[in-house]
Design a binder for this molecule. Structure first.
Ligand code: GUN
Ligand code: ZN
Length: 474
């Protein structure tokens, strides 16, 4: 599926070319002020580079002239919750566990209503288009009909997505509507995989909510199922080491509930007391763990060893008081760290706003841990690292020729503060620093109105009309 007809887009191109590690992102930053992105009829990138070097083959193609604007790779959000579409800015009267209990479990229970879930699926996809999130790992609803609505709408709109129903087999009374027995949970996952996995832009993940929402027997069943479906490219997604308020939060509760040495052990087949092996590991190159704020060195090296990735969600960590993932220590361990909005623990749908929080919190880490992330590292985390976390770096994540044309067009004139900063901001004399400063201003100042076009595999993605304004309050 492609655009059908080839086209050359002209604009200032910014992307991280090639396949660098984080530390090399700045030397792989590509900035081409008078750039051309030639998109072939099959939706792949035929050429990206200076317009003056456009190959003769593409010279006669129609031109979409966005000069004065920018083209960036589509953003990749590696952790967002569909059943929290309307739950950003929920006041929970506490941190993670109180917020789940008071706000989130009740919000998610409403997705049992098919009409409500359908409406949320439309709004969820509308938000994704508005913020240029062309690919996402989406934590799903417990309810199969809600998941069907999400997959159907995402496919109709033409966005990339990995998602899986949220699995809960135990929990407190507020979570009761979301809980099933283990057999039902596994049967629903198998059905979801059979119907939605590997369908064009869609894939499925196994998604236990977190270790506190399941049981050792559930982990046995999940390990068996994952052994069966791993080869088909099914993903694994969940939360890890997020919140430890005064030593009484999620992490302490998990270690106590399972009597294990580390939280990661519960996902690594070692979920029996003393971290004894009880089943198969759920880690691997298609496993993405959200947060990973409070990891031990051993947990980080195990993630690196298994090529398990981290969805880093600084906006959510601020909102829920979860703490700050140590950037230098985590990335030095060799784990891929990509960005996640964690909608609705995070209240920012726009991944560059998550990148802005990322910049601020890591700048503010104490002592030698503090780091001033380079703009290229922020762009890397927002795009190519996300594609790598989703094990799809060969297909999208930057504007290299041969990849699918997943990109956004930015018109700064649609957002006055951005336009003015780009026009009048002070820039260094040396061009390399000036380029980095321009990219920084673009990422920090980007807002929805300035994202004028969103393309996935060479096809323009447009949002569905907003559902009617009828209130869905109970
Ligand atoms: N841990 C378990 N469930 C959730 C959730 O919905 N959001 C966040 N941020 N953490 C979780
Ligand atoms: Zn989350």
């Amino acid at each position: 599926m492609g655009s059908g007809s080839p086209v050359v887009h002209r604009a200032h191109l910014f992307h991280i070319g090639g396949a660098p590690v984080l530390d090399d992102a700045r030397t792989h930053l590509i900035s081409i002020p008078d750039g051309a992105l030639a998109v072939a009829a099959d939706g792949t990138i035929a050429f990206s580079g200076p317009h003056a070097e456009l190959p003769v083959d593409c010279a006669g193609w129609p031109v979409a002239d966005h000069r004065g604007g920018f083209i960036l790779p589509g953003f990749v959000d590696t952790h967002m919750h569909y059943p929290q579409t309307y739950a950003t800015d929920s006041y929970g009267g506490g941190q993670l566990l109180e917020w789940l209990d008071n706000c989130i479990f009740p919000s998610e229970a409403r997705y049992a209503d098919e009409a409500f879930a359908q409406r949320a699926a439309v709004d969820f996809c509308r938000r994704r288009v508005a913020v240029g999130t062309t690919a996402a790992m989406v934590f799903g609803s417990a309810f199969p009909s809600a998941q069907d609505a999400l997959f159907t709408e995402t496919e109709r709109v033409g966005l990339r997505m990995v998602s899986g129903r949220g699995i809960q087999t135990t929990g407190q009374p507020s979570a009761a509507p979301l809980i099933t027995d283990i057999d039902t949970a596994m049967a629903r996952c198998v059905d979801e995989i059979d119907r939605w996995h590997g369908r064009d832009l869609l894939d499925v993940a196994l998604v236990p909510r977190f270790s506190l929402s399941v049981t050792p027997d559930t982990f046995v069943a999940l390990g068996e199922l994952y052994d069966d479906v791993r080869d088909r490219g099914v993903y694994f997604h969940t939360h890890l080491n997020e919140n430890n308020r005064s030593g009484t939060g999620e992490i302490a509760a998990t270690l106590a509930a399972y009597d294990v040495h580390s939280y990661l052990d519960t996902y690594d087949g070692r979920f029996l007391p003393g971290s004894r092996v009880g089943g198969s590991s759920l880690l691997g190159r298609r496993s993405v763990l959200a947060h990973a704020v409070h990891c031990t060195d051993a947990e980080l090296s195990r993630m690196a060893e298994t090529q398990t990735s981290i969805a880093h969600c600084p906006t959510s960590q601020l909102f829920l008081g979860s703490g700050t993932m140590p950037w230098r220590r985590t990335t030095a361990a060799g784990v891929t760290v990509a960005l996640g909005s964690d909608i609705g623990g995070g209240d920012q749908w726009l991944i560059p706003q998550v990148a802005a929080d990322c910049f601020k919190v890591h700048m503010s880490e104490a002592g030698d841990a503090g780091v001033s992330l380079h703009p290229a590292e922020l762009l890397f985390a927002a795009t190519l690292a996300g594609a790598r976390a989703l094990d799809r770096e060969d297909t999208f994540g930057n504007l290299d020729a041969g990849k699918d044309a997943d990109f956004i067009v930015v018109d700064p004139q649609r957002w006055e503060p951005l336009a003015r900063n780009l026009e009048h901001g002070t820039r260094a004399d040396d061009s390399e620093t000036a380029t980095a400063q321009t990219l920084f201003a673009l990422l920090m100042g980007l807002r929805e109105p300035a994202i004028t076009e969103v393309w996935v595999r060479g096809r323009r993605v447009t949002p569905a009309p907003s559902p009617s304004r009828q209130s869905t309050q109970p």
